[in-house]
Design a protein around this ligand. Structure first.
Ligand code: NAG
Ligand code: NAG
Ligand code: NAG
Ligand code: NAG
Ligand code: NAG
Ligand code: NAG
Ligand code: NAG
Ligand code: NAG
Length: 912
């Protein structure tokens, strides 16, 4: 027991320490200090290891010891791991491959030794590596002796790049029968001899040969003969020049070459003979980018009838004529990104019908290419064009687009047109009417400055996306702006609209029944009508961030809050960040049961009405950072947070009290499905003082639990105080009564008398009458006549016991009387005899015998206070029936008598 308790205490202290010292001391440190093992893979990289660790699980299949300071990988050091399939020892200082390596690791498939110091590689060194499929020896200092690779029957990948090899010849006998991918890049040989690749004579699977940045000067005829099955040849960065490229192409003639990459080859000019050699190939891919190419002779590509992709990007081409692309009848993709560049003196020209030969072209990229003018026939003949990118160009033809500008595309089934950043200022009616199949139109980053009447988009009944963001907030809308694009699904107008563009009685978006994404962000819009989204039953994404919509949601807004989301019930994503919002009307988000993402960050929202988010049952992402939220209460957030995957609510002035934050902190501590980035750093308490600037994660939920005893204590103590007050007041105002009954009770309990016995005793008189001298006439007249055999009063004057002193007589008579009747008048209160003796004795007797036997008959109205002072009696001390008032009205005297008899006949017991 004790031990368990101590252990718990210790762990509690540890946890507390961790909380106090911050996350960094507790979390696994970011810098790895030992190997990381998972699923049979051991990652021992970047640990400054000088030897392979020997304490890893024996059954690992993959070991990464890269980026260390190993000098070798000796068989003994690897013997604990005979099951290794993959060994990465790159970036070390290994100088040789041990002959026994593959004996120790008989299953090894992948060996990476890139960036080491491997020098001599001899015939037997890899003789047992028959299962090896991948060998990376890039960036070493290889010097081959004999046939080191001859036993690698199953090797498919071999990289010996960056080894300063003086020859590509890795052996003299045919070997590497399974080789697929072979890299010789960045080596120093300058000649490809006829028999250099003869060692690959039987490598029928070879597909890729990388000769990048090899400074070839001589290609002996037939140098590629041994590897004629090659499909891909990469020569990037070789700076071969036009003549050598021509020679290369001749050597490739008759091979299976399919893709040829000739980037950065210093191919400044292409003639109609350069690619002649490729005529006898089925080349489909040719990359000629970044060659500083200035001139392409007409007919240069006539040999490449199978070519499907041609990349001419990043060159300096001056002129494209109607014969430049002659013969490329199967071309599908042509990239001319920045291919034509405006010079200081000259400006490049694209002739009319330049693309005419490209009848099968589907994609044309002209981004950032200098086009002097788009003429009537510029794009003529592109019968298959689907995708056209002429973005980021400064072509005067586009400044004021008319129905003629793009007329040359009338025969092209263009679906995607990119006109981003092309300096468009005005779009005239029917500008895109030639593009009947257009589905995507990109017009962002232009200077369009006009009111869209709707005619601009005439003929675009197929269009699904129009992107018009970033148009300098100079576009105005009308209610007919989008009548011609009924199939629109995406419309972006961010940073494009004039501030009053949406203040229309009839919403411009009403015809867009299929619209699913609407971006109206960054427009400074302050006025919209509640019918803005009318008819948009399919709207899923609405972006309204960076506007000025605060007034619309104020309860004080004239006419009430503008509930413009009421028509967009299928909304899945709503972004209203940066709007100055300080209120969310109770019904603003009503019915948005499909909403998955809600962004309200950077507003001024402080308090939220209880059920404002109650319909957001599908919410997955909630962004609420940088508002004025102080409390996160379950009444508001329980529903929207129930399915959340991400919550971003940092940088709010949280109030870290039990009422405001307990639920949230508990939620944060228990949620395992929601990611809350930076929960430690950005969720900081603002109040109360004790928690100021602390992470809300420091808030101790237990402090709220401890409230229970405090509450009990509070209740107990306040009850005690109240009872004390009540008691004090009772004692102050009813002390006499308490005293009275107390005495009676004490007497009875201690048995000074036995009322039961007394009860049965025969009294001589029914009542002993105490009265003042002055009231004797009233007694004579009113009481005495009532006497008969059943009712006998004791009057002191009349019935005093003979031979006794007056005092003795009084005492005796009182004892003989069942009741004591006071005839109360002012005189009685003043009568010293009565006050000093009779009353005292009467009460004494009442208390001693615990008889409730006093009757007060009031002839005058006497104040209770006076009564108490003189007779030590109060009305409240007696039962109501024992208090009688002498009636003013004569007719009530009979009733008085009746009451008096009832009072006399009452039992003397306190309880009935
Ligand atoms: C390796 O062995 C350990 C026990 O030594 C076992 O827990 C683990 O599952 C094994 N891993 C694999 C990939 O076989
Ligand atoms: C080469 O791999 C195949 C399976 O791809 C295997 O059947 C064969 O045994 C391997 N050859 C050697 C020498 O390991
Ligand atoms: C190549 O161009 C030259 C003129 O520059 C011309 O005489 C020759 O016929 C052309 N050859 C082919 C095959 O087009
Ligand atoms: C080119 O392809 C055709 C048919 O696809 C084939 O008959 C011909 O042999 C191929 N040419 C070369 C050089 O591979
Ligand atoms: C190319 O244009 C020239 C005039 O610039 C014209 O004479 C010639 O017929 C055109 N050739 C083709 C194939 O369109
Ligand atoms: C654009 O052209 C139309 C006529 O085609 C003309 O009315 C309009 O003023 C022009 N706009 C600009 C900005 O040049
Ligand atoms: C272009 O618009 C003008 C009127 O602005 C019209 O006369 C002409 O027929 C239109 N041309 C085409 C090809 O639609
Ligand atoms: C548009 O595409 C349809 C097929 O989707 C095709 O029949 C029609 O010819 C195309 N229009 C143009 C102008 O190419």
């Amino acid at each position: 027991m004790m031990c368990a308790h101590h252990a718990r205490l210790l762990s509690w202290i540890l946890v507390t320490c961790c909380v106090l010292t911050g996350p960094y001391h507790c979390d696994a440190s970011e810098k790895k200090t030992s190997c990381y093992v998972e699923d049979g893979r051991a990652d021992c990289s970047r640990l400054r290891l000088s030897a392979i660790p020997s304490d890893l699980p024996r059954n690992i299949t993959s070991l990464d010891v890269s980026h260390n300071i190993l000098r070798g990988i000796t068989p003994p050091s690897l013997s604990p791991y005979p099951g290794l399939l993959h060994l990465d020892a790159g970036y070390n200082s290994i100088t040789k491959v041990d002959a026994g390596l593959c004996q120790t690791l008989p299953l090894l498939q992948t060996l990476n030794l890139e960036h080491n110091q491997v020098h001599l590689l001899k015939t037997g060194d890899m003789s047992h590596c028959t299962r090896l499929t991948s060998l990376d020896l890039a960036s070493n200092r290889l010097k081959l002796q004999g046939e080191p690779f001859s036993s690698l029957q199953n090797l498919t990948f071999l990289d010996v790049s960056k080894n300063k090899l003086q020859s590509p010849k890795l052996g003299s006998q045919p070997q590497l029968p399974s080789l697929v991918n072979f890299s010789l890049a960045f080596n120093e040989f300058t000649t490809l001899k006829k028999d250099d690749f003869s060692f690959l004579d039987h490598s029928s699977s070879l597909q890729v040969l990388n000769l990048s940045s090899v400074p070839l000067k001589t290609l002996e005829p037939g140098c590629f003969q041994a590897i004629s099955g090659l499909r891909t040849l990469i020569m990037d960065g070789g700076n071969l020049g036009t003549l050598m490229v021509s020679k290369l192409c001749s050597e490739l003639s008759g091979t299976a070459i399919d893709a040829l990459s000739l980037r950065k080859m210093n191919l400044v000019m292409v003639t109609n003979k350069t690619f002649t050699g490729l005529q006898k190939t089925n080349l489909t891919f040719l990359d000629l980018s970044s060659n500083a190419m200035g001139q392409i002779e007409e007919g240069s590509f006539q040999w490449l009838s199978n070519l499907q992709t041609l990349n001419l990007s990043h060159n300096n081409i001056k002129h494209l004529t109607n014969r430049t692309f002659q013969g490329l009848s199967r071309l599908k993709k042509l990239a001319l990104t920045e291919a034509l560049v405006k010079g200081r003196t000259s400006s490049p020209v694209i002739d009319d019908f330049a693309f005419q030969p490209l009848g099968m072209l589907e994609s044309l990229m002209l981004q950032r290419t200098a086009i002097r003018e788009i003429g009537e026939h510029t794009f003529a003949g592109l019968k298959s064009l689907k995708k056209l990118d002429i973005s980021w160009i400064n072509c005067p033809s586009l400044r004021n687009i008319t129905n003629k500008t793009l007329a040359s595309l009338a025969d092209s089934p263009v679906r995607w047109l990119n006109l981003i950043n092309t300096n468009i200022a005005q779009i005239n009616p029917g500008s895109f009417s030639a593009l009947r199949n257009l589905t995507v139109l990109l017009l962002d980053y232009n200077h369009i400055k006009q009111t869209l009447t709707g005619r601009e988009f005439e003929g675009l009944d197929q269009v699904q996306e129009i992107h018009m963001s970033n148009n300098f907030q100079s576009i105005d809308l009308s209610s007919s702006s989008f009548v011609n694009v009924p199939n629109l699904r995406v419309l972006t107008l961010g940073r494009s609209l004039k501030a009053l563009a949406l203040n229309l009685d009839h919403s411009p978006f009403k015809p867009l029944t299929n619209l699913s994404v609407l971006d109206l962000s960054n427009n400074n819009v302050a006025n919209i009508k509640d019918n803005l989204l009318e008819g948009l039953a399919n709207l899923k994404v609405l972006k309204l961030q960076h506007n000025n919509l605060a007034r619309l949601w104020k309860s004080a807004n004239l006419g009430g809050p503008v509930l413009f989301l009421k028509d967009a019930q299928r909304l899945e994503s709503l972004q209203m960040d940066y709007n100055g919002l300080d209120e969310i009307p109770l019904k603003a988000l009503k019915g948005l049961t499909h909403l998955r993402e809600l962004s309200l960050s950077n507003n001024l929202i402080n308090s939220l009405k209880d059920s404002v988010f109650d319909d957001l049952k599908s919410l997955q992402v909630l962004r609420f950072e940088k508002n004025s939220i102080t409390s996160v209460r379950p009444e508001v957030f329980r529903t929207p947070m129930s399915n959340l995957t991400q919550l971003i609510m940092g940088r709010n002035p949280f109030d870290c009290t039990c009422e405001s934050i307990l639920w949230f902190v508990t939620w944060l501590n228990t949620t395992n499905t929601t990611s809350v980035p930076n929960v430690r750093d950005e969720y900081v308490c603002n109040t109360p003082r004790a928690y100021f600037n602390h992470s809300i994660m420091d808030f101790d939920p237990l402090s709220c639990k401890d409230m229970t005893p405090f509450q009990t204590l509070y209740i107990v103590s306040s009850t005690a105080v109240i009872m004390l007050i009540v008691t004090a007041l009772t004692v102050r105002f009813h002390g006499w009564r308490i005293h009275f009954y107390w005495n009676i009770m004490i007497n009875r309990t201690l048995g000074f008398s036995d009322a039961k016995v007394d009860e049965g005793r025969e009294y001589e008189y029914d009542a002993y009458v105490i009265r003042a001298e002055e009231d004797s006439s009233w007694v004579e007249r009113r009481l005495v006549p009532l006497e008969n055999e059943k009712c006998q009063f004791c009057l002191e004057d009349r019935d005093s016991v003979a031979g006794m002193s007056q005092v003795e007589s009084i005492v005796t008579n009182m004892k003989k009387s069942r009741k004591i009747m006071f005839v109360v008048t002012e005189s009685l209160l003043k009568d010293p005899w009565c006050r000093r003796f009779k009353v005292y004795h009467a009460l004494q007797q009442v208390i001693e015998e615990s008889r409730d036997s006093v009757i007060l008959v009031f002839l005058q109205d006497v104040h209770d206070h006076k009564l108490f002072h003189s007779l030590f009696l109060r009305r409240g001390m007696l039962r109501p029936r024992c208090i009688l008032d002498w009636p003013v009205h004569k007719e009530r005297i009979a009733a008085f008598h009746q009451k008096l008899l009832i009072a006399l006949g009452l039992t003397n017991r306190l309880k009935d």
